[in-house]
Write a protein of this length. Structure first.
Length: 152
């Protein structure tokens, strides 16, 4: 399968190229051709994105190995979030529609036990309009998630 040309301005590709030099919030875990990063937009602590390291626009562009790795990582990240932030489950969403963010990325969103009714289901994206989680808090949560993934 041929790689898709990397367009200028792809945020995910710019992160992928610098994974070893980034804070834990931006490169929480790297495995199987994927990286995990805490979402930098919105006010929900523990909202992560799982991103393929190579430029991919749709699920059917993944290799079999990348697809299998994605499935394993979604399970492991969900377990880590349950342990770290106390969520009851995670929502996983793939949209990749925002300009500059067409690169495939899967949102892994903690569904907290006290989630307000106006944020249930797809309305979870209401958190995108809230004040962003502070970098220090994203680093703290990301470090705990990384430690959980490393030990399980």
């Amino acid at each position: 399968m041929a790689d898709v040309p990397v367009p200028a301005g792809c945020y995910s590709c710019s992160i992928s190229a610098r994974l070893g030099a980034l804070p834990v919030r931006d490169a929480t875990w790297v495995e199987g051709g994927w990286y995990l990063a805490h979402n930098f937009e919105g006010g929900l602590p523990g909202w992560f994105v799982l991103v393929p390291q190579r430029h991919v626009l749709a699920l059917d562009e993944l290799t079999e190995a990348e697809g299998e790795a994605m499935g394993r990582l979604l399970v492991r990240v969900t377990a880590a979030l349950r342990a770290v932030v106390g969520c009851t489950k995670t929502y996983t969403l793939l949209l990749a529609e925002k300009p500059g963010f067409a690169h495939l990325h899967v949102h892994v969103v903690p569904r907290m036990p006290d989630l307000p009714p106006d944020r249930v289901g797809p309305r979870i994206f209401g958190y995108a309009d809230d004040e962003p989680v502070a970098e220090r808090e994203r680093d703290r949560i990301s470090g705990l998630v990384r430690d959980h993934l490393a030990s399980h």
